[in-house]
Design a protein around this ligand. Structure first.
Ligand SMILES: Nc1ncnc2c1ncn2[C@@H]1O[C@H](COP(=O)(O)OP(=O)(O)OP(=O)(O)O)[C@@H](O)[C@H]1O
Ligand SMILES: [Mg+2]
Length: 335
């Protein structure tokens, strides 16, 4: 990897719920290089959004607490920055596209005014320049009648339009890192393609991307590297080819087997059997143990460390530990 732009180390996030505390993110570490696109994948509830929110300290507290870890960005630990410095970073150097567009827009102000204020907070330009710049960007993200929409309130627009406005706001200040959490779920495929091509264009200028998605096709199209999470922890990380062609963790294999394949017609999908454990009730040892066909006693005893499978390719599964049954585990996984 080139020099990392963002480096997350040993990040753990706890929530205090009525039923007790639980870890939504448990000892997560990964880095994103300059100009690199990293896909963060895993089943619903595994901690992807909480990881992304923790990076810019947007976890609602209470009930959330960042228990430990560091998030280095341009030589600063974002988890230690004061509120002023953090606001400077958010929305300019790091911009975010959320699952829920309304969370990024104020219901009380017209769209144009919000965007212009956002631009002028970070850039020293006149209101008129900011207005024209905003209008151009709204057209770029495929918003029809951009000029008119600038006078609308968020509630007067459809969910897809709000989403496009949020995407425009995230991209227009040329951030060095875009964090996109299911950015195009609310959009039709044509607009989705348009947005991804805009993001890809920005990548040419060395913009980095953290892309959270359930769509492995989108990961394939957009990312250089993949981080796979399961039940609050990272279980595997590797290049696109590592993950798609040489998946090592039984969970990653299950995720890939669950992708519908158009070419083979109507085949039954291989859903991963069993349920994700509740974060209030994670077992001792590997969190995937109860759904894993290769589970052994050791998996129930200790959390597996990361085993190296190649340059930048790691899996948290003892079947890849050469000390464990003399590497027999790998043969087991081939079957
Ligand atoms: N504000 C909150 N208060 C309490 N618990 C929360 C809060 N936000 C998230 N959680 C819990 O943290 C865990 C991780 O949630 P997260 O939103 O990160 O999942 P996710 O991987 O993004 O899932 P999805 O794919 O459905 O978006 C879940 O158990 C969730 O219920
Ligand atoms: Mg989420």
């Amino acid at each position: 990897m080139k020099m990392p732009l963002l480096e997350i180390k040993n990040l753990s996030v706890r929530f205090d719920s009525d039923d007790g505390p639980f870890r939504a993110v448990d000892d997560v570490s990964f880095a994103i290089g300059r100009g690199e696109s990293v896909g963060l994948v895993g089943e619903s509830g595994c901690g992807k959004s909480v990881t992304a929110l923790a990076v810019t300290r947007l976890i609602p507290s209470p009930p959330g607490h960042i228990e430990s870890g560091s998030v280095m960005f341009e030589k600063k630990d974002l988890l230690k920055l004061g509120p002023g410095a953090l606001r400077q970073v958010r929305g300019s150097a790091i911009s975010m596209i959320f699952q829920e567009p309304l969370s990024a827009l104020s219901p009380l102000h017209r769209i144009g005014r919000q965007i212009v204020e956002g631009i002028r907070f970070h850039r020293d330009i006149s209101k008129k320049e900011a207005w024209n710049y905003a209008r151009q960007w709204l057209s770029k993200v495929g918003l029809p009648d951009a000029q008119e929409r600038m006078y609308a309130y968020p509630f007067q627009l459809s969910g897809g339009m709000q989403q496009r406005i949020m995407i425009a706001m995230a991209l227009m200040l040329s951030p060095s890192l875009i964090i996109a959490d299911e950015p195009t779920t609310a959009l039709d495929v044509t607009t989705q393609a348009q947005i991804f091509s805009l993001i890809r264009e920005m990548k040419q200028n060395d913009t980095s991307l953290l892309l959270i998605t359930h769509d492995m096709g989108v990961v394939w199209e957009m990312c250089d590297r993949v981080v796979v999470m399961y039940a609050s922890r990272i279980v595997e990380t590797g290049s696109l080819d590592d993950i798609f062609f040489r998946p090592a963790h039984p969970y990653t294999k299950g995720l890939l087997a669950a992708i519908p394949k158009l070419s083979v017609g109507k085949m039954p999908l291989h859903a991963i059997s069993g349920q994700v454990p509740s974060p209030l009730d994670y077992p001792r040892g590997c969190n995937f143990q109860d759904r894993c066909a290769h589970v052994s006693e050791m998996c129930r005893e200790a959390t597996p460390g990361f085993f190296k499978l190649g340059e930048g390719h790691f899996a948290a599964c003892i079947l890849h530990d050469n000390n464990f049954s003399g590497g027999e585990g790998r043969d087991l996984l081939q079957r």
